[in-house]
Design a protein around this ligand. Structure first.
Ligand code: ZN
Length: 130
């Protein structure tokens, strides 16, 4: 990958990161009000659940982006972390934070669905960076 291409990916990743940081910075806190109506209570609980799961997803994505930026710095960006093959331009353009080639990603997804299989070091790295 050329220097220019790397800079382009860095620019895209940093733009995504800025966007996520803006979303993750609480503009208004989640207020839990005392509500008498049980439907309101249910809706409040559902809204909090949704806010929390969005937060989980966004903060994971943020860690993925930070990890990708670190790989640009140490010149490993664009290589699959598992098999070390090139990830592929099409995939990187769609998912610039991708850490795995499509084949390895699919294997990871299947292992996650089945709920077993070795956790790749990448997950530990992401958790450590949290
Ligand atoms: Zn791979």
């Amino acid at each position: 990958m050329t220097h220019r291409e790397l800079n382009e990916y860095r620019r895209v990743l940093e733009a995504h990161r800025a966007e996520l940081l803006a979303m993750l910075t609480p503009r208004e806190e989640i207020h839990v009000q005392q509500v008498s109506d049980s439907l309101d209570q249910w809706q409040t609980a559902a809204a909090i659940d949704m806010a929390v799961s969005n937060l989980d997803r966004d903060s994971r994505r943020l860690r993925e982006i930070n990890a990708a930026l670190r790989r640009i710095d140490d010149h490993s960006y664009g290589c699959c972390l598992h098999c070390e093959e090139d990830i592929g331009v099409k995939r990187l353009k769609a998912l610039p934070w991708a850490a795995f080639c499509i084949a390895c990603q699919q294997r990871r997804d299947q292992q996650q669905v089945r709920g077993h299989g070795p956790a790749f070091a990448y997950d530990e790295e992401l958790s450590a960076a949290a």
